[in-house]
Write a protein that binds this ligand. Structure first.
Ligand code: SCD
Length: 675
């Protein structure tokens, strides 16, 4: 399938204005290009909603309370990877990841601690949960109930967007078909019992993080929105009613004008889509969005410059009319946000809201030839892309075949090449590099302590609860899954009986086994940008060995961020190396087994969850000693020495160019090959 180009926006300054004259439309009126509300921020500023979570419920609760005291206006929960994937903290596969990239929630007891002292009837809460959405929503509802807050009083948002998980984010559990049923169960339940709660956050953010351009991000998001509406319609759900509570989530990268245009175009396209579905409600047609500044745009070197990047990106969100905003912390390319960096990120939003007057004008870019034309070009791009997707069989078919993931990977490769060739300049990364390091104060996650505590709490919970009630609740949940009833009420009953998140998911995966999506990695593309001499040296090394070099690249553990790993696979293939790729959720045993078969010349691990030390420690104890191990990901400088002591040959992070990586690997391979 062909991905259209966006020539008009690329040539933004030389553009002749298109026919679009939507800027003449009133704000707050369909098709809402100029904003969902008439007075926008003059009436209500955007919600400051920082996504956060780490270690256990107690630690994250303290963090939330501090943020609310400091002036944050909404909460947003980041769950750890085991919770996302429906493993309790004491599960074998969870050990390395507990409490690392989010908070560990194993049961309603944890959820109660998470919101202890926070009135859930008063604060709107967003939960980024997709795979394990049923038990997590149920934990939230039951925790609120036990706080005395009924479901109809709850306001907030559940992400509940599974399609983008298969395409880019990778925290899915079930097959796409079963997952779509789960999504609609949540949507139907919320529309009946939780009228103030947004039952989905249809997300583009993760596409851009995985490599998509802003226009591809928008096209895929709107294609998913269409797929959900079609699915709900087929399920007999009243679209007129549920569409009011379907919200959106977009990324904000450094293409400033494009980002503003994207948000304006998104509102137009949603309004148009609902017209197509025959929905008349103006309030449903009013697209409401959360935005987050870009994680991939942040650099590892000179991290304080990231404050500037985040501010510019946040301004695009405000100019584009977002309802809610997360600003990233400046140290996120290096580690999980430190307290200091989180504070700067939060205060960046205060400065924008209180010092700049940026929200005083509704749709300030409206009427600009460039912006109206760019908005129109975005709309045309999305329509063309939608048409192409339909011709190819629709989103669900392309999700299943992995083609949408492949488009994004292709754009990620293009970006990597552009950076390598200096067609895209990134200050501090491929130009204006300086050796001076900015002060750092990395957050250290007490994962081992959290694991121990969570395991103890689980053991206690299992001692105290009524085993008969647990068994009955799980049987009822399984029976409901078999008879295709809405699973939300059954999950809520189970959670009330103190069934754990992991047990609920296990009951469902016993019925519909865990799913692993197909992986496609694009063919080699980089050669033109790689040092020609170095490419020849690789060829010579292979000739001397009398065979091709062979590598294993693996995504180990529960971390689903595979953009970097796949770019490295493409790079190595360009260098003439035969590469086997073990995709997300691979275990150390998978690696050992694979290596037993092929005796690789090198093994590369990609870990962005912060669990590199435990994984590498275990791997080096199990693998043959003469196998060079490389690691890539978000690795704090302070861990580099520790990894080298354990036996890692090289550590690669976002600051390394492709040529740097290729050269380092060559030197190590020569030594290992003993030639
Ligand atoms: C708002 N209101 C207005 C108004 N502005 N009324 C009149 N004029 C205005 N200018 C009203 C609204 O209609 C609404 O009323 C109420 O005020 C609240 O406003 P809102 O716009 O609904 O704001 P909020 O409650 O903050 O909701 C914003 C979204 C919501 C709709 C966008 O879905 C949301 O908060 N999403 C956040 C999602 C999120 O945090 N995701 C994190 C993802 P009513 O209530 O009467 O309608 C993190 C992530 O995935 C990271 C990456 C990763 O993990 O991989």
């Amino acid at each position: 399938m062909k991905v259209p180009s966006l020539a008009k926006i690329e040539g933004v300054y030389s553009m002749v204005p298109e026919t679009a004259d939507s800027w003449r439309d009133a704000h707050g009126t369909a098709p809402f290009v100029r904003g969902p509300y008439e007075k926008m921020y003059q009436q209500k500023p955007w919600t400051i909603r920082q996504y956060a979570g780490f270690e256990g419920a107690l630690e994250t609760n303290a963090f939330f309370k501090r943020a609310l005291l400091q002036g944050q206006t909404g909460l947003s929960v980041a769950f750890d990877l085991p919770t996302h994937l429906g493993f309790d903290s004491d599960h074998d596969l969870a050990a390395a990841d507990v409490g690392r990239t989010g908070v560990a929630i194993d049961s309603v007891e944890d959820m109660a601690v998470l919101f202890d002292g926070i009135d859930l009837g008063n604060v709107s809460v967003s939960m980024t949960m997709n795979g394990a959405v049923l038990p997590i929503m149920a934990c939230y509802i039951v925790a609120a109930e036990e706080q005395g807050v009924a479901p109809d009083k709850l306001s907030g948002t559940i992400q509940n967007d599974i399609l983008k998980e298969y395409i880019a984010r990778n925290t899915y559990i079930h097959s796409p078909d079963f997952s779509m049923e789960v999504v609609s169960d949540v949507v139907a339940y919320c529309s009946e019992h939780m009228p103030r709660f947004n039952s989905m956050s249809i997300s583009g953010y993760h596409f851009q993080e995985a490599g998509a351009s802003p226009e591809l991000e928008l096209a895929l998001t709107m294609a998913n929105a269409r797929a959900y509406l079609t699915h709900f319609q087929q399920q007999g759900i009243d679209l007129e009613f549920v569409a009011k509570r379907l919200s959106f989530f977009f990324g904000l990268g450094m293409s400033f004008y494009k980002e503003v245009a994207k948000l304006r175009a998104a509102r137009f396209l949603w309004s148009e889509l609902l017209d197509e579905f025959g929905i008349r409600s103006e309030s449903a047609k009013r697209l409401k969005m959360h935005c987050q500044t870009s994680g991939v745009s942040l650099t590892e070197s000179s991290p304080l410059n990231n404050i500037v990047r985040t501010t510019i990106e946040a301004m695009a969100g405000v100019f584009g009319g977002t309802q809610s905003l997360h600003t990233n912390s400046y140290d996120e390319a290096i580690s999980l946000p430190s307290d200091q960096a989180s504070k700067v990120a939060l205060e960046t939003q205060f400065i924008l809201q209180h010092e700049t007057g940026i929200g005083d004008v509704v749709d300030p870019w409206g009427g600009s030839y460039m912006m109206e034309s760019a908005t129109q070009s975005m709309i045309e791009y999305v329509r063309t892309m939608q048409n192409n997707i339909e011709i190819e069989g629709g989103v669900l078919a392309l999700v299943a075949s992995g083609q949408l993931t492949a488009f994004i990977h292709r754009q990620a490769l293009q970006t990597a090449m552009d950076e390598e060739a200096l067609n895209k300049k990134i200050v501090g990364k491929n130009c204006y590099q300086s050796s001076s390091l900015s002060p750092q104060n990395e957050r250290v996650i007490a994962s081992d302590k959290t694991l121990l505590l969570q395991s103890k709490k689980l053991a206690l919970l299992k001692l105290k609860r009524d085993d008969g009630a647990v068994k009955r609740a799980l049987q009822a949940l399984q029976a409901a899954a078999r008879s295709k009833q809405n699973l939300m009420p059954f999950t809520i009953e189970a959670i009330r009986a103190r069934v754990t998140v992991g047990e609920c998911i296990k009951a469902l995966t016993d019925e519909n086994s865990r799913y692993l999506k197909p992986e496609h990695i694009e063919p080699a593309l980089f050669c033109a940008h790689l040092d020609a001499e170095m490419v020849k040296r690789y060829q010579a090394l292979s000739s001397q060995l009398g065979r091709p070099l062979r590598f294993l690249v693996a995504k180990v553990g529960l971390d689903g961020h595979d953009r970097g790993a796949k770019v490295i696979v493409s790079l190595l293939r360009d260098l003439g190396i035969e590469v086997d790729y073990l995709p997300i959720f691979s275990s150390l045993d998978d690696i050992i087994q694979q290596d037993g078969m092929y005796q690789y010349d090198g093994i590369g691990l990609s870990i962005l969850s912060g669990a590199h030390i435990p994984f590498v420690t275990q791997l080096t104890q199990k693998i043959r000693t003469d196998c060079p191990i490389f690691i890539g990901g978000v690795i704090p400088a302070s861990d580099k020495n520790a990894l080298e002591t354990i036996g890692v040959e090289a550590v690669f992070t976002a600051k390394h160019s492709l040529n740097d990586i290729a050269m380092s690997l060559y030197d190590i391979l020569v030594v290992a090959a003993k030639i």
